[in-house]
Design a protein around this ligand. Structure first.
Ligand code: HEM
Length: 192
């Protein structure tokens, strides 16, 4: 169930375009903004975190706004909260001798950006994740196991608690993170 939710959120494919008038097109079935490769531009736009999202119908725009504002990402405070969370999270990760060796050759500034982008998309930010899938990203980490995963998950949870995120949201986030375990550890999903 949680995997389905996360996959759905991650599958949110959103592109941004400038608002310009253009020929009418069929009403899109989803709330996704218009494809930016299309020459036709919608007349209904909304700005979220400095990005303009444009739609052909007001209904589509409203549905988008509703979806984004209902997301975990928005509820925990959007970009500013994610930035704060990532800083605290990686301080904890790098101070933990059970796991910090995995990051000894890592450019942490880049890693923080990537983790912020990944988790933001996973929690419902309209900016989609364009990096590696979790299986590929962790395929080359010899010895990575449940103990390491639990340590990282523990730091994520402690970070959210420190930031006073509501317990109900923390539970949802931890369930979503937990659904990535088999991919991160590169093993087959457990039989249901
Ligand atoms: C829910 C758990 C996790 C999530 C969401 C996650 C997320 C990510 C993301 C988004 C990337 C960047 C992918 C890219 O390059 O496009 C990454 C890379 C990486 N992750 Fe994780 N990760 C998780 C668990 C772990 C664990 C348990 C470890 C080890 C203790 C780990 C160690 C690493 C390392 C070493 C890299 C590569 C850094 C580099 O490029 O040098 N991750 N992870």
């Amino acid at each position: 169930m949680t995997k389905t939710i996360l996959t759905t959120v991650l599958a949110l494919s959103i592109r941004t375009i400038a608002a310009e008038p253009g020929p009418a097109k069929p009403i899109p079935a989803s709330t996704a903004p218009l494809n930016d490769s299309s020459p036709s531009k919608g007349a209904f736009s909304t700005v979220y975190e400095d990005i303009t999202y444009t739609f052909e119908t007001e209904e589509a725009k409203n549905a988008f706004v509703q979806k984004v504002t209902a997301s975990i990402y928005h509820q925990i405070g959007g970009k500013a909260s994610m930035e704060a969370a990532i800083e605290i999270f990686y301080k904890k990760v790098l101070a933990d001798d059970r796991i910090n060796h995995f990051f000894k050759d890592t450019n942490m500034a880049k890693q923080k950006q990537k983790q912020k982008a990944f988790l933001s998309a996973a929690f419902g930010s309209p900016v989609k994740w364009t990096g590696l899938d979790m299986r590929t990203a962790h395929a080359d980490l010899p010895g990575l196991n449940d103990t390491h995963f639990n340590a990282v998950a523990g730091h994520l949870q402690a970070t959210l608690e420190e930031l006073k995120v509501k317990k109900e949201l923390i539970d949802q986030i931890m369930a979503a993170a937990g659904s990535l375990r088999d991919d991160v550890l590169n093993r087959k999903p457990a039989a249901k």
